[in-house]
Design a binder for this molecule. Structure first.
Ligand code: AMP
Length: 282
């Protein structure tokens, strides 16, 4: 596996691969890789001739009071995971490489980024779309792999690709969980043992809500309140949002008549965790 930090080096390698007729799969990450990221890289490995993984903690998607400075980083471990999962190229640029002095161009999908995670993280999806757009232009992948774990991000990136005619196919990958149900996240590293236990209420309440839906409940407010009560029962946890939205437009639904996304975010101490499920059987 090659590892580079300059855009020019990536472009040279990609040019070489393209002239050989190789298809390119791409996984964008912020590093501190775990088995969730690994599952994306492994799927990309199965479906493409060459696989690129980026590791970049993107400053433009963090708010001023968020955890950019202390976001966990371990590039040697990331290298190891990429190698094990079969990646061909690890691209780990410095911030100045991705955002030279006077970066003025941003990609903003407006209202798609305003609710759910966007409500408590204003500007977050503008930063995400901008960096993913830049990475698509640098790597020019045929297929790019994104986790359903970040459901709003996935929906927004799909729309960005459509609206801006990026020549890449977006592949959605299932959420990878710990055996007890907690969705894998780099931010789980922030949790104490007690907080880790308390955080389970997120996946458990969503799982229970899914069962209510399967039993036939179709009133979004009932489901919302049910999840809210469950989360409120855990004293170490504070709810950020609980939403039932159309899985494409991300607009809130009242009566569940079409496929929806049920998404929630909680704070466990200062750590913000997200989880969701898609309900498609109507
Ligand atoms: P991040 O490093 O958090 O920006 O995540 C990079 C990619 O990995 C995104 O597409 C995430 O949705 C995906 N990802 C993160 N955690 C998981 C998980 N537990 N299961 C599946 N995909 C994940």
């Amino acid at each position: 596996m090659q590892s580079v930090s300059k855009i020019k080096e990536v472009r040279e390698i990609i040019k070489d691969w393209k002239s050989g007729g190789f298809s390119i799969g791409f996984v964008a990450t912020m590093g501190y890789l775990h088995n969730g990221h690994k599952s994306l890289i492994e799927l990309a490995r199965q479906q493409n001739d060459r696989v690129v993984v980026s590791v970049f903690v993107n400053p433009t998607q963090f708010g001023p009071n968020e955890d950019f400075a202390k976001y966990p980083r371990d590039i040697e471990h990331d290298w190891q995971i990429c190698q094990e999962a079969g990646a061909d190229l690890l691209f780990a640029p410095a911030a100045a490489e991705m955002y030279p002095d006077n970066n003025l161009a941003y990609i903003d999908l407006k209202e798609l980024g305003d609710n759910l995670c966007g409500a408590s993280r204003p500007g977050h999806f503008r930063g995400v779309c901008t960096v993913v757009g830049k990475l698509f232009n640098i790597i020019t992948p045929d297929q790019a792999y994104f986790g359903q774990k970040d459901a709003q991000q996935l929906a927004i990136i799909k729309k960005m690709v459509k609206d801006l005619n990026f020549a890449v196919k977006i592949i959605a990958c299932p959420i990878v969980r710990e055996p007890d149900g907690l969705a894998l996240s780099s931010r789980n590293a922030y949790l104490s043992t007690q907080q880790r236990q308390a955080a389970l209420i997120l996946s458990q309440s969503l799982q229970a809500a899914q069962e209510l839906l399967l039993k036939g409940e179709r009133d979004a407010q009932v489901i919302r309140e049910f999840i809210s009560e469950q989360i409120a029962s855990e004293p170490l946890v504070k709810s950020d949002y609980i939403e039932l939205v159309d899985s494409l437009t991300l607009k809130p639904v009242k009566n569940i008549t079409a496929p929806i996304l049920v998404a929630a975010a909680i704070y466990v101490g200062k750590t913000r965790l997200i989880d969701n499920f898609l309900f498609e059987e109507i």
